[in-house]
Design a protein. Sequence first.
Length: 279
Amino acid sequence: MIKLWQLFIRVLHKTKVLRFLNFTISLKLYGNKVIIPIIGHLGIYHVFMDEYWISDIFNIIKQECKICIDIGANLGQTLVKLKAIDKNVKYLGLEPNSNCLFYLEKLIQVNGYPNCTIIPAGLSYTQKMDTIHFLWNEDTDRSATVYPVSDVSIIKKQICNFITWNEIPSLNKADLHLIKIDVERAESDFLGQILNSEINCIIIIEVLPLENGEKTDRFEICQSAIIKFGYMIFKINKRHEKFISLTRLNAFDIYSNVNDCDYLLLKHHHLDFFENRIL
């Protein structure tokens, strides 16, 4: 059924009709119904869903996981996957892009998702206003970043709010939390704050490879914080968008490709969850 909807959306997109339409699509995900609002071009990523490995990792820890924190929520790609597995899991999403915020609220509303909190801000080392740069001509560009490698690649900009980790409502330190970080080269701005907070968290983090002309500072800052606070780096191995295994690394692979730059940060007491998946 999802392939039929994919064909339908492709036809609407190719004929340039899609941007004038507003409707919903009902899909099945992990045996549960998901309603996808299509508002112009907003929402079509959900029809062409990827990164199912995030769901696989959540499935492994879901019995113990009390809250999922999504830093870089975008259009709710992670939200949909988590709620399809456990509708009642607590979800806290941070997203600075105003276009994405509009869609996130609609997605939560039409699905009746409980226990959802959306913070209209990005995360940084200090509370501030800053610019996100769009690298694609899309209002909800998933690659939008505070740190573009080159001015030539910038299509447009948006001024957004940013807060610090300590400004997020307090979290129970004893509970297990899953944190997903997807912030397009800005992870070094706040990763140390999270690790220093001493909450019991498993972290999924995308660390994009080194670009031509880019310095290695962000890798070094992240690496230093990970070592200081007793975490280990594991590369997430995937096949056909599904989670397969973990490989222990001493450092991030700065020369990996963009499809192979997702990592899991774990402490020793988290290893029991993944003991059969570590190579």
